[in-house]
Design a protein around this ligand. Structure first.
Ligand code: FMN
Ligand code: SF4
Ligand code: SF4
Length: 434
């Protein structure tokens, strides 16, 4: 049976699933039940500086996007950092860590951008016995307006400076949480590394407006007739986060920097994908908020079974396994040629593939008078659109043309060797290099 124990930057946990800093980790009552359910660790809901706690709105703080079955796909929130007194949070963190020594207890922090504020809070967190800190440079709403959160996370120099302060004033491992609301995610990751961060975590939420109420003409969620941008998370953000994780994992400047993967992790499969793209562990928020803490059982069981099936005995063997297969477009094999194939036994004759290919792709699907759909190999460019619009799983698949056969579309023989854009005859740069 696969060993799920995790050692992320020296922080040990029985499995690589941590709850992300958010409402599920806002108080001991939640965290204790999460640990009872089996979560490997938590990042406590972000603490602010000493003084009166922040104030949240007293109306709805969530907006959402749903699939056709009303399954939650994306969640948008306008919640701020913890609105509970600092001292109470610290006492609870200390007690929970004492009671659950084998679980990871990381404390998320967001204080004003000056050295004294960071030094002061770090001393108090260290006193709780917490395993590490996560610097929240990501909150896209509310805190940015006060010069914190994404206002800092969007300026690499600030990230580097604050990370340095944290490393100077604390012995705890330091994770820098990155905001995705930036054009090139590698820049803040590089800054965190320069500042001495032990790891980065990503993503925090994405700036968003999920919908507009067409009766009141206000963005949702609406508070007394007005709305504001919020932070988007949940399954919908996973593709964006996965790419950002992969970018950091494969960049020469940040290669080897430990990553905690966050964004839409809902099943063991999501976690495995993050880990293969370089994440040492994952953090979960929306899935726990949607389905409750019990999902951890399925996550750990699923990951363990999959690892057994693949002959992977430890989490470390999973981490980064897909990174060598992430490349830039110009290195993709242009000599790898495929064609769509429709399984007539599975086809329900809905015609979606025909409409998609005929109207928006390459007119490569024929429809007979009795609604039998077939692919015209001499037109199919293998774009895969029909596969994605077909409502029946595996009804349309892509079949590789073997080397040596002739592609009926181009009339050319499929080469056996790999060939990419950098050497393609149509590439002026390739010609110049000859
Ligand atoms: C209601 C809510 C509150 C959040 N509060 C915080 C916070 O205080 N600090 C923080 O670093 N991230 C916060 N987050 C972001 C999450 O930690 C996480 O980065 C994000 O939700 C993406 O993960 P998910 O798709 O699993 O939800 C919050 C998210 C939600 C939904
Ligand atoms: S792969 Fe693209 S071009 Fe080929 S049949 Fe499907 S939609 Fe048409
Ligand atoms: S979309 Fe799929 S099920 Fe519908 S006609 Fe095409 S192949 Fe058949």
């Amino acid at each position: 049976m696969a060993n799920l124990t995790s050692n992320f930057i020296g922080i040990k946990s029985p499995n690589p699933f941590w709850l992300a800093s958010a409402p599920p980790t806002d108080k001991a009552y939640n965290v204790v039940r999460a640990f009872q359910a089996g979560w490997g660790g938590v990042v406590w809901k972000t603490l602010g500086a000493e003084g009166p706690p922040v104030v949240n709105v007293n109306g709805p703080r969530y907006g959402a996007i749903w699939g056709a079955d009303r399954r939650l796909l994306g969640l948008n929130n306008i919640e701020l950092i913890t609105d509970r007194p600092l001292e109470i949070n610290l006492q609870e963190i200390k007690q929970v860590k004492r009671d659950w020594p084998d679980r990871a207890m990381v404390v998320s922090l967001m204080v004003p951008c000056d050295e004294e504020s960071w030094q002061a809070i770090l001393a108090r967190v260290e006193d709780t016995g917490a395993d590490g800190v996560e610097l929240n440079f990501g909150c896209p709403h509310g805190m940015a307006e006060r010069g914190m959160g994404s206002a800092v996370g969007q300026v690499p120099e600030y990230i580097e400076m604050v990370t340095r302060w944290v490393k100077k004033h604390s012995r705890m491992p330091c994770i820098v949480k990155l905001t995705p609301n930036i054009s090139d995610i590698r820049k803040p990751a590089e800054a965190a590394k320069r500042g001495g961060a032990d790891a980065v975590s990503l993503i925090n939420t994405i700036n968003s407006i999920t919908s507009v109420n067409l009766d009141t003409f206000s963005p949702e969620p609406m508070i007394d007739g007005k709305g504001t941008h919020g932070g988007y998370c949940g399954p919908a953000v996973k593709p964006i986060a996965l790419n950002m994780v992969a970018e950091i994992a494969r960049s020469a400047e940040t290669q080897g920097l430990p990553i905690s993967g966050i964004g839409g992790v809902t099943t063991w499969r999501d976690a495995a994908e993050y880990m293969t793209l370089g994440a040492g562990n994952v953090q979960v928020c929306t899935a726990a908020m949607t389905y409750g803490f019990g999902i951890i059982k399925e996550m750990t069981a699923g990951l363990s079974l999959w690892m057994d099936e693949k002959g992977l005995t430890s989490v470390d063997e999973v981490v980064g396994r897909a990174v060598p297969n992430v490349t830039d477009w110009q290195y993709l094999n242009l000599n790898h040629i495929t064609k769509a194939r429709i399984n007539q036994d599975l086809c329900i004759s809905c015609g979606r593939c025909f409409a998609a290919c005929e109207d928006t792709s390459h007119q490569a699907i024929a429809m007979s008078p009795d609604r039998v759909f077939t692919v015209k190999d001499d037109e199919c460019v293998a774009c895969n659109l029909c596969v994605n619009v077909c409502p029946v799983e595996d009804c349309i698949t892509m079949e590789t043309l073997p080397a040596g056969t002739t592609d009926p579309r181009t009339g050319e023989v499929v080469p056996a060797e790999y060939g990419n854009w950098t050497t393609h005859p149509n590439n002026p740069m390739a010609k110049a290099a000859e």
